[in-house]
Design a protein around this ligand. Structure first.
Ligand SMILES: [Zn+2]
Length: 418
């Protein structure tokens, strides 16, 4: 594994962007515990370089795995030999990435205002930063930019603050804590524009903003995000080196002080779910922790991921139900009903541990334990056809439908002060 990683690192250093020619994403539909265990064993074969986009958990959930070209034959043989059913979801990962890149280049522009900004396209960090600055300049009575910390590579951790008065309780929304989930940052941009457009026009949003501040961190993992553009589109983690390992980065959604180190997180720096050396070791996580604590009045906290089309509430690290489970469940149902009303996009919902799997050290378990009752995580589109490489023509529809769910959560928060 080490040799391969060094080679990969060398290749990237010399040739620039990592490529994925001939790589495939397989959808595996395991039957029975025995097949699940076999897939778990497969996932531990580090030399294969597999990247599980959806991990093997139980029969009811499909498993999506990105298989590098050099491992395809072996993996297919393994699945065939064990009579595990699968089909090819993405025939050639690089083909999809080439399409994505072509679209980005084709619609690249240098907008002079947020009205000219191309919301139907993916953007790099510079472009998103200039969007934020334009939005603040155009709406200085409503929006400001605050810097809650610095990333490991010293990028500012920018948060947009939408506020119409002093000393209000807050609602937090973050996108992009996993850097490769590009539809989330793109949706965050759209939400920001939507808020300034609707304030004073939409009575519900206006009422929310007359009582609450909204905080929106669009690029929550800027080092990872910059890396997805420059080097490796499939990068998920932070970019902090790990001592004693050639593997870089920590999973920032396993790094929180809520069941930290428990099941559903890894102690191996080379895995995608590496929890880090200690809770809040990542500056990107620590900055939010300090912000939430010093603010003291955050009443709803929504952390947005992709993909799988799910709306989830605590807990992930324990099967003990959250004490507000009934209310959280009912509100989740209401939110996904609103979401579905627009384009008939279907979501599942429930607690993390019952809906996906046990995951320790997750964001919203920590925020919930801090007393933030309305703590939710979204997994946006799709269900696996494109996975993390969602075509840009789905950005706006995804953002529009998600906004309806966010409005349901924010309105409920406003109507149920605590
Ligand atoms: Zn994620």
């Amino acid at each position: 594994m080490k040799g391969l990683l060094v080679l990969t690192a060398l290749f990237v250093a010399v040739f620039g962007k990592k490529t994925f020619e001939g790589d495939q994403v397989l959808r595996i539909t395991p039957k029975g515990e025995a097949q699940i265990s076999l897939l778990k064993e497969l996932s531990e074969q580090e030399h294969l370089g597999l990247d599980f986009w959806r991990e093997p958990v139980h029969e009811s959930l499909p498993v999506d795995v990105h298989v590098p070209f050099h491992s395809l034959q072996g993996v297919r043989a393994f699945l065939g030999y064990n009579q595990i059913q699968y089909n090819v979801m993405i025939m050639d990962v690089q083909d999809l990435l080439d399409d994505e890149e072509r679209e980005m280049v084709k619609y690249r522009s240098f907008p002079r205002s947020t009205d000219d900004f191309v919301y139907t396209n993916y953007h790099d960090l510079n472009s998103i930063n200039s969007f934020m600055d334009m939005l603040v300049a155009e709406n200085s009575n409503l929006v400001s930019k605050i810097v809650i910390g610095q990333s490991y590579e010293n990028r500012p951790l920018n948060v947009l603050k939408f506020s119409t008065g002093a000393n209000r309780p807050g609602i937090w929304i973050d996108t992009g804590i996993h850097s490769r989930e590009w539809v989330t940052q793109a949706s965050g941009i759209w939400f920001a524009k939507k808020i300034v457009t609707d304030y004073g026009r939409d009575p519900v949003l206006t009422d929310i903003l007359n009582n609450y501040d909204i905080f929106l961190e669009i690029v929550t993992n800027p080092d990872g995000f910059a890396y997805t553009h420059s080097r490796d589109r499939m990068w998920r983690k932070t970019r902090k080196p790990n001592s004693g390992s050639s593997c870089v980065g920590v999973d920032p959604n396993r790094n929180w002080d809520a069941g930290f180190g428990g099941a559903g997180s890894s102690s191996s720096p080379c895995t995608e779910t590496y929890r880090g050396p200690s809770a809040h070791s990542e500056p990107e996580v620590k900055a939010i922790v300090e912000f939430v604590k010093s603010h003291g009045k955050i009443k709803a906290f929504v952390s947005i991921h992709s993909y799988s089309q799910m709306l989830l509430y605590p807990y992930g690290y324990t099967s003990t139900p959250a004490k507000d489970k009934t209310e959280l469940h009912e509100l989740a149902r209401k939110a996904i009903t609103a979401l579905q009303s627009l384009y008939n996009t279907r979501y599942t919902y429930g607690s993390i541990i019952t809906t996906i799997y046990q995951a320790s050290g997750g964001t919203i378990d920590w925020t919930y334990n801090q007393g933030i009752k309305y703590s939710y995580t979204f997994e946006l589109r799709d269900t696996g056809r494109y996975g993390f490489i969602l075509p840009a023509n789905q950005i706006v529809p995804t953002a529009e439908e998600t906004w309806l769910a966010l409005m349901a959560i924010m309105e409920h928060t406003k109507n149920n002060p605590y």
